[in-house]
Structures are given as structure tokens and as C-alpha cells.
Design a protein around this ligand. Structure first.
Ligand code: NCD
Length: 308
């Protein structure tokens, strides 16, 4: 049986499609009224088996702003998953109730399993420590709007590069642009996984360097992408406590940075960026969260065949 198109990995979208999504998102920002009824009569189901504020609410706001409806499962414990229902069965059932599904799950690969059983498009809203393609859509629109494009940027990724799924997806997306260079800034234990280094960076011939020093790297960066240490994916609390404050971006540290460096963070932040940085014009993370809604609107339209 042929399945509808789903987005499980950012590489499921071509660079032309990413361009098209960004164009639509910018049009939505400029002319929101044009889009207010596009999804009339359509339903989005959000299935979240892990906590979320931005991703779930921006998906839901996106569907409402397109004139559609939302049905929501916000807590795995209150669903039949707690009785032992498989992801695959849940996806089949929810396909009867909704036209598109956004799903977050603690297990790597869960969204792919759902997409293989669903009869409506599935969007991966984060699968364990693996990937998070719609956060990357928010990141890309933010970088595009702040820097005017992606080619020849030096991008610093800082913090938990091992478990940070947003980092894995962003590396995949940016690696397709000309002249991109990464500086991977993390403690030894939280380095980017080998599968991302081998399959994406080495295979694509992408330039990158690894360091544990944010101070050494900051002066060369066009974009600094800060991340939270992913406590829920650690095996023991002791390691988390030792590593959690490895990097804290402060106004003082920013003195060595370019005057037009864009600071991104997928949020939530814990301690990684001091609130004193929030008023710096280089701080883009709240704009980034807003951009996520517009890109999700564009993606919903595309997957439902509604003109994006
Ligand atoms: C990220 C996630 O869930 O992976 N959050 C988000 O979706 N904006 C990052 C994180 O939780 O640290």
C-alpha cells in the first residue's frame, strides 16, 4: 500500500523544498489573512509522549491559524500506550480521526514506525536523541532571516551534541549548502555521535573542528547555536550534574564575538544563556521560537497538498 508523504528526517525535504517552505512562511508572516482558511475542515492530531511547550503549541497554533482543528494527546500516561498499545496501532487509529499527525516520542525511530502504519502524513516532532526536523525548519528560517542565506557560514554548535536531536537535524540540513563550516563545541563526553560525523560530515566533505572551548571558538562564528544538556537522556544524575553547566553564555563572553553573530537556542534554556544576553541584538532565540510556527504552517500546507 502506498503511504502519504511524511517528514521523519530533515533530509526528507530537498533544499528546493526548504526554500519553498521559507518563501511560504515569509508570505504568511506578511499576509496572514490570506492563509486563515486554507485548512478549513482539516484536523491535526498532536501525539506527544514527551514534554513539550514550543513544538506542540506551535503546531497547534499553526493549524488554528490555517483555519483547521486540533485534537491532542499531551501525555502518554493518559493514552492507551499506557495499556501497552504499540506506536504502530496508535498511528493506524489516529489516522481515522485526523488528516495529519505530529508525534513526539522518547524512542529513536518511533516516528518512522508510526509513518509506516499511518494512512495520513506523520511529522516527527522529536524522536528520542535522534532528530527533530521541524525545529530545524525554525532554525533555518531564523538563520536565513538574520544572515541572508546559508552559504559560507561558520556555525558553532555548543553544548550537548550527543543527545541534542536538534543539532543532529541542523547539521544534516546545513551540510547541503556551499562552504558551510562547523565548530563542534562540547565536553568530551557529549561530542557529536560518530554516525552524524561519518554519514553527514565526512561523506559530504564538510569542514569541521571539535573543541571543548567556547572562548577559543567564539570569535570565528557567524552563528552560535547553544543547547541544553539533555538531562532526561543521561544514564546517571551524577554525570548530568557534572556536565550541566559546561557552557554559560554571558555578555562578558560575547565580547570576543563578531558584532553580527546570530545566537540561536532551540529552547528551553536552563543555564546555558544568561538572561542578561536576552537584550543583545544578536540574541535570536525568541524570534526563532516564533519562526517555528510559520514554518510548521508552511509544512502542514505542503503535506496536505494545499498550495505550499
Ligand atoms: C528541543 C527538543 O525537544 O529536542 N526543544 C524544542 O523542541 N524546542 C530542545 C531541548 O529540549 O533541549
Amino acid at each position: 500500500m502506498s503511504r502519504p508523504r511524511s517528514v521523519i528526517d530533515i533530509l526528507d525535504l530537498s533544499t528546493d523544498e526548504l526554500d519553498a517552505l521559507m518563501r511560504v512562511a515569509e508570505d504568511i508572516i506578511a499576509y496572514p489573512d490570506k492563509y486563515a482558511e486554507v485548512c478549513h475542515g482539516k484536523k491535526l492530531a498532536t501525539l506527544f509522549f514527551e514534554p513539550s511547550t514550543r513544538t506542540r503549541m506551535s503546531f497547534e497554533a499553526a493549524m488554528y491559524e490555517l483555519g483547521g482543528h486540533v485534537i491532542s494527546m499531551t501525555d502518554g500516561a493518559s493514552s492507551s500506550a499506557s495499556k501497552g498499545e504499540s506506536v504502530s496501532d496508535t498511528a493506524k487509529i489516529v489516522s481515522c480521526y485526523a488528516d495529519i499527525i505530529a508525534m513526539r516520542h522518547p524512542k529513536e525511530g518511533a516516528a518512522l514506525v508510526a509513518a509506516q502504519s499511518a494512512t495520513v502524513p506523520v511529522v516527527n516532532a522529536g524522536d528520542g536523541g535522534h532528530c527533530h526536523p521541524t525545529q530545524t525548519l525554525a532554525d533555518l528560517l531564523t538563520i536565513y532571516r538574520e544572515k541572508g542565506g546559508f552559504s559560507n557560514l561558520t556555525v558553532g554548535l555548543c553544548g550537548d551534541l550527543k543527545f541534542g536531536r536538534t543539532v543532529h537535524s541542523l547539521v544534516g540540513a546545513l551540510s547541503r549548502y556551499e562552504g558551510i563550516k562547523f565548530i563542534l563545541i562540547s565536553p568530551e563526553e557529549l561530542r557529536l555521535p560518530d554516525y552524524v560525523k561519518n554519514d553527514v560530515l565526512d561523506r559530504g566533505g564538510i569542514q569541521y573542528a571539535e573543541t571543548s572551548s567556547l572562548d577559543d571558538a567564539i570569535g570565528s562564528l557567524d552563528v552560535l547555536y547553544m543547547t541544553r544538556v539533555q538531562r532526561e537522556r543521561f544514564f546517571n544524575e551524577e554525570d548530568y550534574l557534572r556536565l550541566k553547566d559546561s557552557y554559560i553564555l554571558t555578555p562578558d563572553k560575547l565580547r570576543g564575538a563578531k558584532s553580527d553573530m546570530a545566537i540561536l537556542h532551540p529552547l528551553p534554556r536552563v543555564n546555558e544563556i544568561s538572561v542578561a544576553v536576552d537584550d543583545d541584538p544578536r540574541a535570536c532565540y525568541f524570534r526563532q521560537a516564533a519562526n517555528g510556527k510559520y514554518m510548521r504552517m508552511a509544512l502542514i500546507m505542503m503535506l496536505l497538498g494545499l498550495g505550499a
